[in-house]
Design a protein around this ligand. Sequence first.
Ligand code: IVH
Length: 452
Amino acid sequence: MTVPKNVVDEVKWLRDGLNLHNRNYYVWDDPKITDQEYDQLFRKLQALEQQYPELASDDSPTQRVGSMPATRFDSVEHRLPMLSLDNAFDESEMRAFEKKLSERLEPDAEPLLYTAEPKLDGLAISLVYEQGRLVQAVTRGDGRKGENITANARTIPSIPLELLRRPVPFAFEIRGEVYMDHAGFEMLNEDQKKNDAKVFANPRNAAAGSLRLLDSRITASRPLTFCSYAIGWMEDYQLKLKDSQYERMLWLRKAGFPISPYIEQVEGVSGCLDYYQRILAQRDSLAFDIDGVVFKLDSTSQQEQAGNVARAPRWAVAYKFPAQEVMTRLLDVDFRVGRTGALTPVARLEPVSVGGVMLSNATLHNMDEIHRKDVRIGDIVIVRRAGDVIPEVVSPVVAERKGDLSLPQMPAQCPVCGSDVVQQEGQAAWRCSGGLVCAAQRKEAIKHFASR
Ligand code: IVH
C-alpha cells in the first residue's frame, strides 16, 4: 500500500516540529510550547507511524521510548582513543600546568587563551553522526574500547537524533557527558524504594546504571541528560572549522547539540583561577553534580603543537573541587524528635570536611534505611553532601569494619521527654507518644505555626 502524500508530509512536519521543540528546550533552554502540546504532537506522530509502519524510522522522535532488550552490548573500538584528563588540586598545580604547556608552544604564544567549562560528574560517551543522523553511541570504556549503547542513547531526549539541515560534516564524532540531575536522582531513588529495587548511592552511579541497561525501554524512563564538550574526529572535504575550541562549541550548539551554559573563554592562569572561584561559589545551587572545572587550550592548532601523553592531553586540565563524598567514622546515632513526634536517626560523625564545609552530623533517614544499608555504630561510613540536599550517610565501608559492631537501636523512651516511643500499625515511623507534653514536639509545633 502506498502512503498518501499528505500523510508523508504530515509525518515529516511532525518529526521536524518535535525535533525543533526538543532543541528549543534542551539546547536553547527556551521552550516555545507546553509539555501538553508537545505530548499531543508526539501522540499524533505515534498514531500515524502505527497506521503506516512503512514510515518507521530510527530517527523518529517516537523512538525515544526504547526498543526490545538486547542480550549483551557489543564492544566497539574508538577511532580516536577517549583520553582522560590530568588533575590539578590547587593554584600551584595550575601554574605548573601552564608552565609545562607553554614550554611546548612558540615562545610568543602567551598569554594563553582557554575554554572553561564545569566538569560534569557523569559518564563520557561518543556519538557518531553520518549525514546528520545519529548512527552510533559508545561508552568511554577503558578509553580504547567501549560498549555500543546506541539504543539507550536514543532514549535520552537531549541527544539529537537528527541534526539541523545546515552544513554539518559528512561524518563526525561528538563527545560529551551523560549525567543525572539531583531532582531526577531523588525521584528515581523514591521509585526504586517503592519497587523494592536497588537504591543508587549517587547521581553518577544512577546515570551509569541507567545507561548500561540491556532494556532501553527502562533507560527511557530514567532522567538522563547529555551535554557535549568536544568534537572527536571529523570527515569532510569542505567544512572548515574555526581554530578555536570555544567557537567550535558554539558551532555545535547551532547544529543542535546541548553545550554547557557556563562555557567561557578565559585568559591565562589568573582567568582560570577566577573562573574556578566563580563556579565553585555556584556549586551548591546547581541542579547537578560537578566535581571541578575543565580548562582546554582554546586554539586547536596550539592543541596539536602541545600533543598528548599516553593517557591525557597536555593542553587540558581538570581543576578539581573538594570532594562531596568523603569517609569518616560514625561515632553514634542520636534521635531527633519532629513536630509530629516522629523520631529520625541522626548520625554523629567524626568531624570531616565535605565539599569545603565541616560536618559533624548527617541524616540516616529512618530505621528501615539503617537496616537496608546495614550501618553499625563505629563503622567507617561514606558521607555525601551535594547541592541543597541534606548531608546523608550513603553507606558503611564494610571492608573497614573490625570486630562486632552493633546496629543503632530505636530507644524505648523519647530522648527529650521520656514518654514511650511507639510504632503505629502499618507505619514506618516511630513516634514519641508524649504529644505536646514533649518539649521537642512543642517547639517544632510553634515553629510550624509561626511559619504559616
Ligand atoms: S574533556 C581530552 N570536558 O572528565 C579531553 N571532560 O577526566 C577529554 N568530563 O572522561 C575530556 N566534564 O567523562 C571534558 N567539560 C568536560 C568534562 C569532561 C566531564 C569527564 C569526562 C572525561 C573525564 C576526564
